[in-house]
Design a protein around this ligand. Sequence first.
Ligand code: HPA
Length: 268
Amino acid sequence: MTASQDERARLLESLGGAGAGEARVAIVLGSGLGPLADEVVGAKSLPYEELTGMPASAVPGHAGRLVLGELSGVPVVLQQGRCHLYEGRTAEEASRCVSCLAELGVGVVLLTNAAGGLHSEWPVPSLMRITDHINMQGVTPLTASERGYGSPYDLELGSLIDAAAADVAVELQTGVYAALPGPTYETHAEVRMHGRFGADAVGMSTAQEALAAHAAGAKVAGISCITNYAAGLSDVEPNHEEVVEAGLEASARFALLIKAALSRLDKV
Ligand code: HPA
């Protein structure tokens, strides 16, 4: 067994022991979207230090804990804080937690992130459901032995989220997320290129998790919080403080949308 397989096996065991596999839905919270964790009913917090094999993040704005409990009556596990490839993490580490949760039987994985928007007509902050991604990170967590063909984003789950947005009158864009290695924001020329390639938003996470969770058998959906105009679309260069602040500004709307989606899921 390689070191990473061993670490993964330990995380699987710790998560299973903590009851995380009983959740129906796992939600990974991106920068500034952490406040959803405060709404969890019967919340049980699991700091990453208590979970063997859990790779933590050192990025400000990313707490390091899982929160188990219920949202809209649905058993959930929230991952508050993720690690990124640009922190020197591997694709396997960046996706380990959701992959283990999916393997434990958590059937739905909802990935959220902060992203730069490529549409100057979209207000900031706004919310975008990820219809697909372009993996520009140069790595994948998949190995030949795993399934994971096609796009990892589930169409039915996507429609359910669109319907939930309409239920609660939350404006929701849809679009393609380009996942980049980071840690720097893009150059203006890169943003123009990604736009021509078909991206609607740019960010530094999510793709590895989507691929791994899908391959492990979960239904995957993604929501980006468009926290800023991508580099070159406005006079201000993107910066992390602005990203976290805009995420917090959108967090009430985001929570409303997630809870409405979970209510719909509860009826399926
Ligand atoms: N680019 C990449 N990642 C991001 C951005 C951006 O503009 N905003 C938030 N995360």
